[in-house]
Design a protein around this ligand. Structure first.
Ligand code: F6P
Length: 373
């Protein structure tokens, strides 16, 4: 993959946030707005992904809004996104229901490009995960001067050591698992904790290792429920009458299927339900009382941790420096100790899953955590 460098005169820059929200979005917006304004640029925000350009009439205050210094005051620590976001309807493959009820998929990128031209936008900062960054790359290929910022609680993006949002998600998940320890121990129960993460086990492993789970089930390792039950019984034989099992929503039982809640038109499939299945099977296999907790969107809500705030502020400012340097079709990425630019195309080329030979996994194995394999 390549990105372009060309120095153009920048006057007006628009920011958007796409896909599921993640703690730190507002910190990126603030850093980008302040850094851009200091260069004398006018800064704008597009509402709800690209919807502000596609359906401007739906926004009484305008689908694209001016972002003043005042607009971004006091938002660094706040969850959500002041611009709004959406994970419905990829504008490049937009489902349009026809009068006869059939669905036609249309590419609306020309409307986005036209909307940007109407508002005389010279460059775009697109903050998003795999889906939004793939859209950003297509827009770049169609001539939009665009810079990506990697966001997702799932941490499943290539080319950056970590995405912002991940630390906030695992910090909160670890706190929840800590709390479950005391009640599990008091009741001699098995607690199954289902966490988000889509097709990668980053959240489960990060939170599970930090909060000393007894077993962690992740999409990368199909699990054998009998091996997990054996872990619970083995602990019991050693006098530890409770167990904590962390299950990634995308985990797959050996000889089984991934648990899918459903799929709406124009949306990614929704994962979930595996926690209840694992709990039922464990109760059956071990005879121990078992309860399930699904952390779900709690992992996306609330403000960013200090680490995520810093990363988000660094990404927002780096995106503006990237625009100033005329570097487009790129994504800002953490490559410790620095933030640098990488081609968007390589960041979206594949999903980053947990490497089984990583020191994180070796640590988990050394600590005796079972992965059900
Ligand atoms: O990608 C972030 C994420 O929270 C995933 O972990 C989860 O599978 C998905 O989004 C949930 O999406 P929604 O908000 O549409 O339920």
């Amino acid at each position: 993959g390549e990105f372009s460098t060309m120095t153009i005169q920048i006057r007006r820059v628009a920011i958007n946030t796409g896909g599921g929200d993640a703690p730190g979005l507002n910190a990126v917006i603030r850093a980008a707005v302040i850094s851009g304004r200091r260069r004398g640029w006018q800064m704008f925000g597009i509402r709800d992904g690209y919807n502000g350009l596609l359906e401007p009439e739906a926004y009484p205050g305008g689908g694209i809004i001016s972002l003043s210094r005042e607009s971004v005051r006091g938002i660094t620590h706040l969850g959500g996104t002041i611009l709004g976001t959406t994970n419905r309807g990829n504008p490049l493959a937009y489902p349009v229901v026809q009068p006869d009820g059939s669905v036609e998929v249309v590419d609306r990128s020309d409307e986005i490009i036209q909307g940007l031209a109407t508002h005389e936008i010279d460059a775009v900062v697109a903050i998003g995960g795999d889906g939004s960054l793939a859209i950003a790359n297509e827009l770049f290929e169609k001539g939009v001067n665009i810079v990506g910022v990697p966001k997702t609680i799932d941490n499943d993006l290539e080319e950056t050591v970590v995405t912002f949002g991940y630390d906030s998600a695992i910090s909160f998940a670890a706190e929840c698992i800590d709390r479950l320890h005391s009640t599990a121990e008091a009741h001699d129960r098995v607690m199954v904790v289902e966490v988000m993460g889509r097709y990668a086990g980053w959240i489960a492993v990060g939170a599970g290792v930090a909060a000393t789970a007894d077993a962690i089930l992740i999409p990368e390792i199909p699990f054998d429920i009998n091996i997990v039950a054996e872990k619970v019984l083995d602990r019991q034989r050693k006098g530890r009458d409770f167990s904590i099992i962390v299950v990634a929503e995308g985990a797959i039982p050996r000889n089984g299927e991934r648990s899918i809640l459903g799929k709406a038109l124009g949306q990614a499939e929704r994962l979930g339900g595996i926690g209840l299945q694992v709990a039922a099977a464990l109760e059956e296999e071990t005879g121990k009382e078992t309860r399930t907790v699904v952390l779900g969107h709690l992992l996306r809500g609330g403000g960013p941790t200090t680490r995520d705030r810093l990363l988000a502020l660094r990404f927002g400012s780096a995106a503006i420096r990237s625009i100033a340097a005329g570097c487009f079709g790129c994504m800002v990425a953490l490559d410790p100790p620095e933030v640098r630019s990488v081609p968007l195309s390589s960041a979206i080329s594949r999903m980053k899953t947990v490497p089984l030979d990583s020191d994180l996994m070796l640590t988990a194995r050394d600590l005796g955590i079972s992965f059900g394999d």
